[in-house]
Design a binder for this molecule. Sequence first.
Ligand code: 0X9
Ligand code: ZN
Length: 526
Amino acid sequence: MTITSRVFAGALAAVIVLGLAPIGHTDTARPMIVVAHPDSDAQAAFLMSNFDETHNHAPGEIELLIWPGDLARLDAAGIDYHVAIEDLLEHDAGGTKADSVQVLPGPDRDDYRRLEDYNAEMKKLAKKNPGLVKLFKMKRPSLEGRTVYGIEIATNVTSSATDGRPIFYIDGIHHAREWPAAEYPMLFAHYLVEKFGKDRKVTSLLKRARVILVPIVNPDGFVYSRESPAQNSFLGAGNGFEGYWRKNRRSLTGVTVPAPRRVNPDAYGVDPNRNYSYLWGDSNGGSSGIPVNQTYRGTAPFSEPETQNVRDIILSRQVTLVVTNHTYQATVLRAGGGRAPEDDILERLGGVVADILGYRNMPSVGYPTTGTTDDWAYAAIGSLGYTIEHGSQGFHPPYDHEVGQFWKQHMDAFVKLLEYSADTRYHSVIKGKVANGPATLTIRKKFLTPLSPGNPTGEKAVRERVKMNLKTMKDGTFEWHLSPSDRPYEKKPENFILTISSGGKSKTIEVHVDRGEVVNLGTIKL
Ligand code: 0X9
Ligand code: ZN
């Protein structure tokens, strides 16, 4: 133990002996950040799977958010550490508010948005820009019954939802406490709307591609964190840990306190970013099978409504690039953790984006993760996939220290990613003309996504299916932009099953299309 931690532990013991610790069996009364110094791989692995790692670590050091009981567990395990931030609440809160109002795309702000702000702004954007922005509800409400909203942005957004344009999917707040991860996508929505018709690049991209944007994938967790009493003091003093909640609000009983509080008081939570199917269920550091752990993966792949919602968008729309936003490591991470068969492309494009952000371009967070969003999207449909870990000063540092200061480079980075999603070198195109057009086209594909060997379901894989629709132009022509028909990790070639229907007749053919390839089916007669 270092001197700081020894002194601290001593002080803490005194507090506990005096019976003043406010939250029962605890060795810290407030959230704090410590940096642990594991002296073996075994200690490092123990830390990764049993503590709340912030991912803001350096070689040989693992930064931890300390929950009640954690310091005692570190001591019991004989792991050396020093206290980096003794009072995280004071460091962040007081706190999350900016010193002045920040001038931003959309409304100017001095603090992080709340769930109502996100929902109201999305509704308003859609209402004011009917041809350009469409509000949608994800298929399932959250566990506590909240509607999960998203918006789609493109020219002719409503009139031609199935016109074959490539889709850039961007989301935030898989993790409740990572507030900037929702701010940046929301600002991007405002930015696109404000630049449309004024900025040549943005205007052209919104004609050629669509943006599907879901700022808050996990609203229950976000509300719990964002409305933390200690950071808002509207319900009296909390202990401050609520603000650092990570997971969703999956609870033991599922009993939800009625409105206006609407919380599951016995929530333990599932980590949505360990709940996707690809390699789900690994216990060797990639995820945890213990419900109270921060990387608890849930009882089955896609057991949570939050991840089912994302899955259903990605399998039913022609998504060519997925970006999921997190905090805080100042990195651009890519699907496959450096082992993707097309890591050269992922690394190169990630590098450009990382340079715009001033972040590091990294294959992975530096430890195994399984069941994550971008890994699954890449494995299942071959879309390019990135996780951006925004910022370096905490999960939600004061607004002006993060969003106010860095928003512009984030807009540039997202525009670049939108550009990549629309670039035919990085996705696939199927085109042709239905002689008896107009026609409706459907692409289907069934496949098995592998789970981790030894996962608790006992299954080797889960069945998933892609189903996407397109309507041709009046003259029967179509151009369908989508991810390749082959899945990247599968050795055997895979085809799309394409059904063309018009005037009561239909025809089904198989189509194979590679990344960067344009397959011209010519004139199709039914
Ligand atoms: O551990 C996570 O879920 C992410 N870090 S965080 O601090 N935001 O919790 C990192 C996920 C990395 N995943 C992939 N690159 N796929
Ligand atoms: Zn995260």
